[in-house]
Design a protein around this ligand. Sequence first.
Ligand code: HEM
Ligand code: HEM
Length: 201
Amino acid sequence: MNRILVWDLPVRLGHWLLAGGFVLAWLTSESEELRLVHALAGGAVVGVVLFRVVWGLVGTRHARFAGFVRGPGAAFGYLRGLLTGRAPHATGHNPAGGWAIVALLALGLLSGATGWLTYNEIGGEVFGELHEGLATAMLVLVLLHLAGVVVGSLAHRENLARAMFTGLKRGTADEAILGARPFAAIALAGWVALCAWWLAR
Ligand code: HEM
Ligand code: HEM
């Protein structure tokens, strides 16, 4: 096992934009004066999610949904393995984390969409209530996600958070991705800015 490139730049930049956008949206959610900042941050979350869905189809090996979304059996098997200390190390996302990722992306999109509807006074109070509920559900999942990162890092003796910065994880040479895809990351940055601006108009 070597340290190989696993996460391309769009995955890493997208992750930290998503995390930053989510945290900023939370911190500004109560304030009327900061509503524009809130909408910009939430709009960035939506932009990352939309890009990530496409990247999950055409991106590099470990970014593809087909590579990490596994059946419920594999996910529960992995969780059971964590309890007995025998969870197999995954070069990309583990099977349980894969489902958390799909749910986080879905909740990011739904929170953003209901926020936008409320922002534009479409549909009345219902969407406002739904927006708060979805955002809260996402917060719960983010906390579970953080717990998963800590438990996974300990179980596999690998700093998974650092890997989200460097892109490097343990794996065999043939599992490495061939390039970091910097141009796609630049496109992502532009797209996220556009979405944030458009949704906060
Ligand atoms: C605060 C909001 C956050 C959200 C919404 C979030 C969401 C996500 C998503 C969607 C992914 C999948 C990445 C991809 O394949 O594109 C992911 C992976 C990951 N996140 Fe987060 N994240 C958040 C915060 C954090 C923080 C603060 C850390 C570090 C302490 C972190 C560490 C990781 C790691 C290590 C992975 C890869 C897990 C693996 O090895 O399979 N995340 N996160
Ligand atoms: C996806 C990330 C987002 C998160 C986590 C989030 C979170 C929240 C939360 C927790 C509240 C409730 C605050 C309270 O009254 O206690 C809220 C309110 C609100 N958000 Fe978001 N939001 C997001 C995205 C957006 C977007 C993209 C927009 C608009 C474009 C938006 C517009 C609003 C508006 C207008 C309210 C006030 C609703 C009301 O008074 O009923 N949000 N948001």
